[in-house]
Design a protein around this ligand. Structure first.
Ligand code: ZN
Length: 220
């Protein structure tokens, strides 16, 4: 296994784009890595885009983004209200959102949904991400769910146990409407990060994991 450092992206501060279909997707998928990155590189700029929300879910998304991005000097949070579960049927409007994003930003790293995620909204965002950002580092995150679509990710982000605890605590604090869902628990989030920590040989035992599909070798 080779260790790659995200600091090698040039002299300008790291610019990250986080894309999530629903209010809590980004946090579940890459919240620990975001917390860690911001702690180690506070100059990181984050563009954070959530595509679906109702009024209470929008409030929760904004609250959560505030918690997870607290340490950044620079951030831009967008919460849209496309209908949950219907993204493929309003694909043109969502594609236009991506076109606007492309004109506005040029991120060094993009976090998006997993290509083979079984939720149709997640999959559409994945397709449009690869469609839109053609020369960028894209990492696809995973969301545990009833459908059982977890695979074998190949990029691991080792995390301190305290960071994982903080991620789980922020999720519970921000997304009160999800409290009644049996899967939305600290155990779910910590269990997945513990298993990915095993696979990624994390010194702490914890990690988030992603799918990285392209690597360019500089043979000089
Ligand atoms: Zn989702």
């Amino acid at each position: 296994m080779m260790n790659l450092r995200l600091t090698d992206l040039g002299k300008r501060p790291l610019q990250i784009l986080c894309l999530g279909a629903h209010s809590d997707d980004i946090e579940i998928g890459c919240g620990g890595t975001i917390l860690h990155l911001i702690e180690s590189q506070p100059s990181t700029h984050v563009d954070w885009v959530v595509f679906s929300s109702s009024t209470p879910r929008r409030r929760e998304a904004l609250r959560s983004a505030g918690l997870f991005l607290k340490g950044t000097k620079s951030r831009n949070i967008t919460v849209r209200s496309y209908r949950d579960g219907f993204f493929p049927y309003v694909g043109m409007k969502i594609k236009e959102e991506f076109e606007r994003l492309k004109r506005r930003i040029n991120p060094g790293l993009v976090f998006t949904h997993y290509r083979h995620d079984l939720h149709q909204d997640h999959r559409l965002l994945n397709e449009l991400t690869w469609n839109t950002f053609r020369d960028h580092l894209i990492l696809e995150y995973e969301i545990p769910k009833y459908d059982g679509d977890l695979g074998s990710p190949n990029v691991f982000s080792p995390l301190k146990a305290s960071t994982c605890q903080k991620k789980a605590a922020f999720l519970q604090e921000a997304f009160r409407t999800q409290a009644s869902k049996p899967w939305f628990s600290n155990e779910t989030f910590l269990a997945l990060m513990r298993l990915r920590g095993v696979e990624g040989n994390s010194p702490t035992g914890f990690a988030e994991a992603f799918y990285g599909r392209k690597v360019t070798l500089q043979l000089q």
